[in-house]
Design a protein around this ligand. Structure first.
Ligand code: ATP
Ligand code: ZN
Length: 296
């Protein structure tokens, strides 16, 4: 990586659900993260990069304003920011495959759900008024949105609202509060964002190199390298059984007439059932290997 005059800045969550994974991602991309004199700023020892550690809600503002070149943020936070604020918004560079959750509408579990129209004239408590309002507008539903920050799930019991719109991953919190999810407003995960229009010229090259590395890190997550031997006549069946694989490499096996070696990168998990299926289709000597690094 070349050395620009000043340092590239990446904003990540300081504490919380995305904090640790965001730093791990940087490390996997080959950045040596050094804790700084203060908690706010970490330095990357081997590249001219600083990592700014802030509240997740502030990351969008920093990246939108170009104070930071890149950021790691939940799509939910980004969308809420965009719904509330006019002007340039951070651009999504790629999905990062962690921090998965969904913004859902939940209603009391005992009531039968009649569809989104049932929300008309009702009160809905949420920390995501912007995203919720646009969802309601798209469906021509007029409801009263009550903004709460914390303890949203107790709002129906306290009679503050009829329903809620909140982040859900397992649904255990909803259940514990006598609620059930009835509509999905947004599917979310952590995303890499960049300043509107991309980083300034001086940071462009480094940002591109880092983005390429991160693309490789994300692609390698869960990907497997699979090797097996097979009779040429079973190749069609075997290729169809390989989960999420592109065109496999086929090489003749030394000293065998009909047998070939098949090598492929599978973008999905390879389960025992898949191996059993491959064996049933005529494959033998099947190996599944983890992939450490990948460059697309
Ligand atoms: P901060 O102190 O930075 O403002 P926060 O309390 O707003 O943190 P966290 O609870 O740490 O945020 O969640 C950060 C992000 O993690 C969420 O915005 C969301 O994208 C993601 N996430 C994944 N699963 C869940 C979940 N079950 N509940 C809430 N957020 C989740
Ligand atoms: Zn927050």
């Amino acid at each position: 990586m070349s050395v620009p005059e000043n340092r590239l800045r990446i904003a990540v969550q300081k504490n919380g659900r995305l904090a640790e994974r965001s730093l791990d991602l940087m490390r996997e991309a080959g950045l040596r993260v050094m804790k700084g004199a203060n908690d706010l700023l970490y330095r990357i020892e081997n590249h001219p990069i600083d990592v700014l550690r802030v509240r997740d809600d502030d990351i969008t503002t920093f990246v939108a304003d170009g104070v930071c070149d890149l950021g790691v943020i939940g799509l939910n936070v980004l969308e809420e920011h965009a719904a509330r604020r006019n002007g340039p918004r951070p651009e999504v560079v790629m999905r990062l495959g962690f921090g998965r959750c969904a913004l859902k509408i939940a209603a009391p579990a005992e009531a039968t759900w009649q569809g989104p129209e049932a929300l008309a004239g009702r009160r809905i408590a949420t920390s995501y008024p912007g995203v919720l309002q646009s969802w309601l507008r798209e469906r021509n539903i007029e409801a009263e949105v009550v903004e709460l920050h914390g303890a949203v799930e107790v709002a129906p019991r306290l009679k503050v609202a009829h329903a809620i719109c909140d982040l859900v991953s397992t649904g255990a919190t909803l259940e514990a509060n006598g609620l059930k999810a009835v509509e999905t407003v947004l599917e979310s995960e952590a995303v890499l964002v960049r300043a509107p229009g991309g980083p300034p010229e001086a940071h462009q090259h480094l940002a591109d190199v880092l983005t390429d590395r991160l693309r490789g890190v994300v692609a390698a997550q869960g990907a497997k390298y699979i090797m097996l031997n097979a009779p040429r006549s079973s190749l069609d069946r075997i290729t169809r059984l390989l989960p999420g694989a592109g065109a496999p490499t086929i090489t003749p096996l030394a000293g065998a007439n009909d047998a070939v070696a098949v090598h492929a990168v599978c973008q999905e998990n390879v389960f025992w059932e898949t191996l059993e299926g491959l064996k049933g289709a005529g494959a033998s000597a099947i190996l599944v290997l983890p992939i450490e690094k990948m460059m697309m």
